[in-house]
Design a protein around this ligand. Sequence first.
Ligand code: ADP
Ligand code: ZN
Length: 296
Amino acid sequence: MNSPQVLVGAVEAGGTKFVCAVGTGPDDVRAQERFDTTLPVETIAKCLAFLQRFDGLAAVGIAAFGPLDLQPASATYGCITSTPKTGWQNTSLAGAFSRALGLPVGIDTDVNGAALGEWRWGAAQDLDNFLYLTIGTGIGGGAFVNGRVVHGLLHPEMGHIRVPHDLVADPFAGSCPFHGDCLEGLATGVAMEKRWGQKAETLPVGHPAWELEAHYLALALANYVCVLSPQRIIMGGGVMSQPQLLPLVRRKLVSLLGGYVQAAEILEHTDRYVVAPALGSRAGVLGALALAQAVL
Ligand code: ADP
Ligand code: ZN
């Protein structure tokens, strides 16, 4: 995947905003613009108009919210499928961009894209096994295993795993429209806001919300560690921008693993094992850039 650093277009397609960019890598982003996510026709048209301003693009990468159809043989490859986001069900993304621009399009989930970006330029360089997680409006994860992004049947849905939910300690029923109290139902920014009656960003540092949040995230991490044995876990997204959260998650992860997984990386260097994205808030758009270069 050491594709040349050619000039490509990037589209980070999020439920709140689309960020488009043109460049060759993190140090050479030549233009960038953001558009609110409204209806598909309108939002995609704005992205296309932006990308059409640039000559000589070799490909376009799209890192998108999902779920996505990523089966190459499928008639609806590159489409958003069953999203709860109004108007976006069954929206063609890859097809719309490749038809309008006449360029190859690399598409993947936002978290798989961000994982690829962190692998090329960020916190996972030289690692063959790692996870990129986002904790924001939703929870999603991208996994690298043996040097490749895991796709599997569709793509992993790491946000929708079940974690123990003590209804006495936490009577909140959960906010996932599909599962109620799956991880996403218990631990997104949206779940926090519903449980505590105020936006996550307004909950003070010492509020019990953060211990509980770290507890659910650490339970999820313990499961991912046991199933995938990652060499590092990168945690991004709006909720993780709370500086007190990462140290709490690390401590609870080590405690939950109970000394069974014997790795100095986890037990002694936990601060290098569970980390923030090195690309920061650019992980998404740079991931899309990496997806474009990977398709070449
Ligand atoms: P998205 O998931 O939509 O791409 P974000 O990753 O920014 O966007 O996640 C938005 C969610 O994160 C919201 O639920 C918001 O309340 C929460 N959030 C954003 N900033 C913070 C913050 N500084 N502290 C805690 N929660 C935050
Ligand atoms: Zn769910």
